[in-house]
Design a binder for this molecule. Sequence first.
Ligand code: ADP
Ligand code: MG
Length: 307
Amino acid sequence: MPEAAISIRHLSKIYEGGKQALDDVSFEVAQGSIFGLLGPNGAGKSTLINILAGMVNKTSGNASIWGFDIDGNPRNARASIGIVPQEIMFDPFFTPKEALELQAGLYGVPKSKRRSMELLRAVRLEDKADAYARTLSGGMKRRLLVAKAMVHSPPVIVLDEPTAGVDIELRQQLWDYVVELNKGGVTVVLTTHYLEEAEELCDEIAIINHGKLIAKKPTGELVNMAREKAVVLTLDKDVPSAPKHEAFEKSERVADRTVEITYNKDRMNAGEVLTAIQDMGLGIVDVTTKEADLEDVFLSLTSGSAE
Ligand code: ADP
Ligand code: MG
């Protein structure tokens, strides 16, 4: 058994025309987890997923799925992953059942091992088994795509923005199914530009912005980071120890005259931090804020911008 479900090393992608969509991205997805790839629109999420799916060629770096390198062992890598793409694409003249049978054929699943009806039941489309795909609603099409991604029983499933165009009730059904798959041992990766969605479902979250990985942490830690801000202060005299204050989350002395104060932005702002320091009789010579990039991403993820 491989250690990681997905392993990505120094992955970069520059599209024809010069757009750099991924810039030296490295991370691993633990087996059995629900992993969120979070980032604003244009961050590079779909590019990364499409490289894993074999639909986009990487410029450099390595990726392996279930221990199989996508270059060295593309067939096994492909067989180990099921991808639910962001864009819905279907032949409108196939019925859901036919679409699943066709997909099973493409993956070489023998007839005796096919489970089209079981999958349709799982995504609550059994009564639509023989309907034309063009008569399905957006939410039904997306659930059919999830079933399609599972025909070859891959150990890893990736859902790229699965809730785009899916109403709340169906979204819940989709998540129930995803959680069920995960309980059955399937590693789940989902991309989203909604922080709350990732927070609710994922054990671990990676954040990318402008093609760069800027954080990867267990969900709880990351959510705390979203509420924390830090300022680095250069003081007018040496301090023997970090200045303490009940409202600071953390205070560290990083050099003779430099301290780093972490605070919860729901509870105080940078001005109040500076005032607290000055009230201790310390003069401030310079101020810098930290993790501005992460801050920007959280802002754009929480500003409630729809598609
Ligand atoms: P996300 O899925 O996070 O919204 P994408 O991976 O779709 O981001 O896109 C990342 C960046 O790469 C964007 O700036 C996008 O415009 C660009 N891009 C995506 N696909 C192509 C392509 N086929 N050719 C050129 N640029 C592309
Ligand atoms: Mg995308």
